[in-house]
Design a binder for this molecule. Sequence first.
Ligand code: FES
Ligand code: FES
Length: 187
Amino acid sequence: MGRGVTPARRGTRRSRQPSPSAPVPVSRQDVAVRINGTVYQAEVDVRTTLADFIRGHAGLTGTHLGCEHGVCGACTVLLNGEPVRSCLMLAVQADGAEVTTVEALGTPERLHPLQEAFREHHGLQCGFCTPGFLMTALAFLQENPRPTTEEIRQAIAGNLCRCTGYQGIVAAIADAARRMRGESGGG
Ligand code: FES
Ligand code: FES
């Protein structure tokens, strides 16, 4: 038998032309997201991620992008109080939601207890991963204000740091828990 397309296969080929009555795909959409108390509104490409909306449209570049596929945790923000990976969400999915980013934590003059503890326990070196760890830890400590070391390790298991070896981060979160409970920090 000669090579080539068989008559049966030829008969199953379909036209790729869109039908004249097919709906036109929507590629842009209005989005409004409240970030750290301010509403940011923009018409975006529907494929725009929440991370790109936060960084590009709101100009809040404290949220970092590492892997951009849900592995490193650097892009973690709170969505209606829950930690999410903003590289995995579309901005249109966050329409109408309340987002909290690392910029809401503290200021250089008045650090959040988590930031103070990270500074004191050397919980960062290059700092690239730090916003993601802080936001993950914030949500975790709000749910579990008196965690064990093992619980802290589990809570940050989805965040990657290439610098610190994690010991300082674990110590910082344990110390921040004490500070946030109103006990003196340090130890
Ligand atoms: S950038 Fe989102 S998980 Fe790595
Ligand atoms: S401090 Fe550099 S990646 Fe964590």
